[in-house]
Design a protein around this ligand. Structure first.
Ligand code: HEM
Length: 451
């Protein structure tokens, strides 16, 4: 089998789920404005919202991360991927699982866990996929031809181990018969928060640590700092999940522990951001933001910084009382997963796919257009949700207003989210078109040195 077959396949499949997933997000946004649209069972809000989150998180972000890892790791380790065949088999099983779980959710068969709605038999298939993926990653690391491990390798290894225990906790342990009530809620929020912090963060950061220095042609600002960031993330992230239940029915001390650990997350974030921005600053000015890859990685870094500054502030009790359980959190979640990590994935794909097939990106200009449409629309999308979130936060505390009245008042804000979401979809369609033209259209061949 040709080198990088598995990587290419995973990346292409991930892009299909991206388009389907965000289109369902668009329908979900439409339903928040016109709730009676599409009043059939499979299109009820709870179902399409869950298919949206599962497809964009697992079908798109996780799968593209797996594909990029299969390309980046062998490059950094000066070796081949351990087994292309195993990689392709992993991709096939992963896609069967993703399609199967989406179908089941549409049919109303789902678990009571946020981001873990996938029904039970498909959870086990996902775990099998992850074991197959892990074998390929670890065997490639063992077969390496270099002594030292670059920080991206650390993060990929971390992502493999942490994803396993976070996923199993959220999807399988929460379903055990003796896990109920507040214990189940506690484990669920552990899962939800760490799905972002210990699955998508290490994957995204690993990709950025590779792509930023490569695309800027500048050495990484500091290798020592990169390892400080890694080990602090490994230690502090797991303790933060309970900040989703501030003022909830859990012990007060546990809430306080979660708040303290949320603040300590600033340390790894500063380490990562200093490293990324330091590398940008060390690059000659005229080359810093040249082309879509440098732009996507830069803006992804800014979104990552803002998300991780928002997080600790949101955990403070006096702020949390207003910003929790409303649109604010949805804005925060989109800035992390659509803003930071999807931007890293897009930059990564623009860097990696042309090198796999030995052809130049079809159009840098289209990539730039995509970047500007998505960035302007995303800022509007996140910003309007924070505004409506704060309003909801205050209105929930006004005993005179009913839930329905507040929902009606949100219409103009939700309409702006709907329009900006539509623009983001246009941006992603341009991305798909650019990649399709690169793969099968009129893109030029790359010189050997560029590959
Ligand atoms: C790669 C892109 C995207 C990612 C990774 C993503 C991810 C997510 C996540 C994680 C949630 C759950 C948020 C929470 O409960 O805290 C969510 C909900 C939602 N998303 Fe997206 N999303 C993306 C794009 C979009 C787009 C383009 C739209 C179009 C308008 C959209 C509309 C929605 C809506 C309406 C909800 C439900 C919000 C609610 O329950 O109030 N998303 N998305």
């Amino acid at each position: 089998m040709k080198p990088n077959t598995a990587s290419k396949l995973l990346i292409i499949c991930s892009m299909l789920y991206l388009i389907i997933g965000i289109s369902l997000g668009f329908v979900t946004a439409m339903k928040l404005i016109w709730p009676t649209i599409g009043e059939i069972e499979i299109l009820t809000f709870g179902r399409i919202r869950s298919v949206h989150t599962n497809l964009v998180m697992f079908g798109w972000l996780l799968q593209s991360g797996m594909g990029l890892a299969f390309f980046i790791l062998p490059k950094l380790l000066h070796t081949k991927l351990y087994s292309e065949k195993l990689g392709v088999a992993t991709c096939c099983l992963f896609n069967i699982t993703t399609i199967g779980s989406a179908t089941m959710i549409f049919a109303g068969q789902m678990k009571n866990i946020e981001y873990g709605e996938i029904p039970i038999p498909f959870d086990y298939l996902t775990v099998i996929c992850w074991v197959m993926f892990a074998i390929n990653i670890f065997a490639t690391v063992i077969n390496r031809n270099v002594k030292y491990l670059y920080v991206s390798v650390w993060y990929f290894i971390g992502a493999v181990i942490w994803t396993a225990f976070v996923y199993i906790t959220g999807n399988i342990i929460t379903q055990l018969p003796f896990i109920a009530g507040i214990n189940q809620a506690n484990l669920t929020w552990f899962y939800v928060h760490n799905a972002v912090g210990l699955v998508f963060t290490p994957m995204g950061v690993a990709i950025a640590y590779y792509v930023i220095p490569k695309t800027l042609n500048t050495p990484l600002y500091s290798h020592k700092l990169s390892l400080v960031g890694f080990w602090v993330i490994a230690f502090v992230y797991v303790w933060t999940g309970a900040h989703h239940m501030i003022f909830g029915p859990i012990s007060y001390w546990l809430q306080t522990v979660a708040i303290l650990f949320s603040w300590s997350l600033i340390i790894p974030v500063v380490a990562v951001i200093t490293n990324f921005l330091g590398t940008y600053i060390a690059t000659p000015k005229e080359k810093r933001y040249l082309g879509p890859i440098a732009k996507f990685m830069y803006m992804g870094t800014i979104f990552y910084l803002l998300t991780c500054l928002q997080g600790p502030f949101q955990s403070i009790r006096t702020v949390n009382i207003i910003t929790s359980k409303n649109d604010w959190v949805v804005g925060h979640a989109h800035m992390a997963l659509l803003g930071a990590f999807s931007y890293f994935a897009v930059g990564g794909i623009y860097h990696v796919l042309p090198r796999i097939i030995g052809r130049k990106l079809y159009s840098e200009k289209l990539g730039d257009i995509q970047f500007w449409i998505m960035t302007i629309a995303s800022v509007l999308f996140f910003g309007i949700l924070w505004v409506s979130g704060v309003l909801q936060g205050y209105l929930w505390h006004n005993m005179n207003g009913t839930f329905l009245e507040i929902l009606k008042m949100m219409k103009p804000y939700h309409a702006i989210r709907f329009v900006s979401g539509g623009l983001i979809i246009i941006g992603f369609i341009i991305f798909l078109y650019n990649i399709m033209e690169t793969l099968w259209g009129k893109a030029q061949e790359m010189k050997d040195a560029e590959v």
